[in-house]
Design a protein around this ligand. Structure first.
Ligand code: ASP
Ligand code: MG
Length: 423
């Protein structure tokens, strides 16, 4: 069995659906599990809807109408027959959202977020399943909330691996009962033991594909993207990018962790654990080789570089000029963890400790406030974090031209630089 994942960009419009359909049609003899994301930017729109509903700012009904219209417009292009049952199906799904925003918000933003935002994938997967069936690619729709079990850490559900494996084995595998069976399910979402919806973190559909592949012992995972494979730099920033043919799990995890957006960082571990290869392929040229990420030890032939913008560099030192010692460090780390701030780079000296993190305006100000009660805190924002794996000096010079380096850290294969634009 293979797991295919189509992200929001792959199904952003009617042509995307048609293309996903023709790609699926290229594998008539394979058992496939298709994991799909919400259409285009629907998740962002649903986040806006959640904020309007929860904080009572903005017009929730109007935001929901726009999301409805976009889905209806798409269906009009895919299903010319107005009596097609998909119209009823989707309208019933929207009724659930109507009800959700008619109620008063709960006390927990993260909970409400997951109940609302998870619907994006329910909608897209229903439309994809119905469209494939209409095009004679017979398939069954499966609810991922009954497969992927998480705790109730809403917005960042933690997978219960044992239970998930059991559910995949009892609810999914038996449905792949003949060669060429196809199942369509949702990325990004899971369910709790009380049958409530959870989400796995933004861009989490890749992770879903990996979880299912792990639990079902899949033969491979294919992520269909708008790029030809994994590139050595983001084509948004650089024009001379090179496609990487083969990547080790180790390099893939390092690159995605430091911000290569091509795959979600959590995706690699479950696949590495079972040595399942991950292919990243172009949905525009589906017959091209793409990139394979698998169990090899080879190093990359070219430097790979990743930019993370909007970084803040925070320097923390004890108020009384004492050393940064273990007790200080553990209380500092605890504060970062309590505020949900992920640390990107760390450097410490005798009396100070510097950290670069994403400058999230909801999380960083309260963290700094709290740090200030025990430490002297200085910070610099609007910075970039540049990570170069398999670095060489010409690449460092090239990416740092016109920039001032505030922090530099080199290990054998990786250099990380926190820089600001030189005024
Ligand atoms: N739809 C979700 C998001 O945009 C999950 C995903 O696309 O992977 O974050
Ligand atoms: Mg997406």
């Amino acid at each position: 069995m293979k797991v295919f994942k189509f992200g929001g960009a792959a199904v952003k419009d009617a042509n995307g659906f048609r293309n996903a359909c023709s790609i699926t049609g290229l594998f008539p003899k394979e058992d496939l599990v298709i994991v799909v994301s919400a259409i285009g930017k629907t998740t962002n729109a649903l986040e806006e809807l959640t904020d309007a509903f929860f904080f009572k700012k903005g017009n929730a009904e109007q935001l929901l109408s726009k999301i409805k219209e976009a889905h209806i417009e798409l269906m009009n292009q895919l299903f010319p027959d107005p009596s097609d049952p998909i119209y009823n199906e989707i309208s019933n799904t929207f009724v659930e959202l109507d009800w959700a925003i008619e109620e008063e918000p709960s006390a927990n933003y993260h909970f409400d977020y997951d109940q609302i935002v998870s619907m994006g994938e329910i909608l897209s997967s229903k439309i994809l399943s119905a469209f494939l069936n209409k095009e004679k690619i017979l398939n069954t729709w499966l609810d991922a909330r009954g497969l992927i079990q998480t705790d109730n850490n809403y917005q960042e559900g933690k997978v219960n691996w044992e239970l998930t494996e059991k559910l995949v084995r009892t609810n999914l595998l038996p449905m792949l009962n003949k060669q060429g069976s196809i199942l369509v399910t949702q990325g990004f979402i899971g369910g709790t033991s009380e049958n409530l919806s959870t989400t796995l973190g933004r861009e989490g559909s890749d992770y879903t594909a990996a979880i299912i592949a792990f639990a079902a012992d899949a033969q491979e995972v294919v992520i269909w993207k708008d790029v030809p494979g994994v590139l050595n730099a983001d084509p948004k920033w650089f024009d001379q990018t090179k496609k990487i043919e083969q990547l080790s799990y180790q390099d893939a995890i390092e690159l995605s962790y430091y911000g290569a957006t091509v795959i979600h960082p959590k995706t690699i571990k479950p696949l590495q654990n079972k040595k399942i290869p991950l292919f990243v392929k172009s949905f525009i040229h589906p017959n091209d080789a793409g990139t394979v990420i698998n169990d090899v030890q080879t190093h990359l032939p070219v430097p790979c570089f990743i930019f993370k913008v909007d970084q803040i560099l925070i320097s923390i030192s004890p108020k009384d000029f004492s050393f940064i010692a273990e007790e200080n460090l553990s209380s500092i780390f605890k504060l970062f963890a309590d505020h949900g701030v992920k640390i990107n780079v760390i450097q410490n000296s005798a009396i100070s400790f510097s950290v670069s993190a994403d400058n999230d305006d909801r999380k960083i100000p309260p963290l700094i406030e709290q740090l200030k009660s025990d430490f002297r805190v200085l910070y610099n924002d609007h910075l970039e974090l540049i990570t170069i794996r398999y670095y060489d000096q010409p690449t460092i010079d090239r990416v740092c031209s016109g920039k001032t380096i505030l922090l530099e850290q080199k290990s054998r294969y990786t250099v990380q630089l926190v820089v600001k634009n030189t005024p």
